[in-house]
Ligand binder design. Structure first.
Ligand SMILES: C[S@@+](CC[C@H](N)C(=O)[O-])C[C@H]1O[C@@H](n2cnc3c(N)ncnc32)[C@H](O)[C@@H]1O
Length: 226
């Protein structure tokens, strides 16, 4: 019974949970961008059952993603929209001499991230309260990762243009977000194609450096400031 509920949660919850409020946002250049996907992420315990479900590892491949990022042990990394810490805790272990800033806009998630870092003795992981227009990182970083968060961000061209100031020289932005035809993920009308992400990032002043094809359901794109 529990197994069945878990499967339902994994497939349905990300698309139908907790009061989705959708709004249409005109993109710079007159194009109409897909509606930003908004959930209320104020129940970390409930979301943890979805985000931290071990069954997710099979398609999310967190180890392979982190290996692909080729981090140095002393890198500084930001996980924007860190949620319950699925990637942030793994990143913290991957950069034992570095720092991971686990930033989220939902105060309850930030609280949860701080508690999780403490409980798992990850002294190099710091929870950060993000704002709508900026993750409010305390210092520039080598890598900024956004997993399943890009489509939640409003006014993306402005957001990412400003975010350049939070990248160290040679820094990268890695965006992982659901493909248009993925069998799970947010509502299809809120998903953003790889081409569109690339065009939006270009508007914000970045060039696509790599598109990794290792994830079955998500695009995995690396951008560098131009
Ligand atoms: C679908 S969850 C993904 C969580 C995590 N990255 C993962 O893959 O398990 C999206 C997260 O992004 C956060 N979020 C939404 N908009 C944000 C913004 N503008 N800045 C930072 N976090 C944001 C939400 O609060 C939520 O925790």
């Amino acid at each position: 019974m529990f197994r069945i509920l878990r499967v339902i949660a994994l497939t349905i919850l990300p698309s139908a949970a907790i009061l989705p409020a959708l709004a249409q946002h005109p993109a710079p250049g007159g194009m109409v961008s897909p509606p930003t996907h908004q959930h209320r992420f104020d129940d970390p315990k409930a979301w943890s059952r979805v985000f931290d479900d071990p069954a997710r590892d099979k398609w999310q491949k967190p180890g392979e993603v982190i290996r692909t990022l080729a981090l140095k042990p002393n890198d500084r990394v930001a996980d924007i929209g860190a949620g319950t810490g699925y990637f942030a805790v793994r990143l913290a272990r991957a950069v034992p001499e570095g720092t991971v800033f686990a930033a989220d806009i939902a105060p309850k998630m930030v609280e949860h991230l701080g508690a999780r870092a403490k409980a798992e003795n990850l002294t190099n992981m710091r929870a950060v309260q993000a704002g709508e227009d900026s993750p409010r990182l305390p210092e520039p970083v080598d890598v900024i990762l956004l997993v399943n968060t890009y489509h939640h961000i409003e006014k993306r061209a402005d957001y990412f243009r400003k975010l350049k100031a939070s990248l160290k020289p040679g820094g990268r932005v890695a965006i992982i977000d659901f493909k248009l035809d993925a069998p799970q993920g947010p509502p299809k009308r809120t998903r953003i194609s790889a081409e569109r992400i690339t065009a939006e990032m270009k508007q914000a002043g970045y060039a696509l450096a790599r598109a990794h094809g290792i994830l079955p359901h998500q695009n995995f794109l690396i951008f560098k400031p131009i």
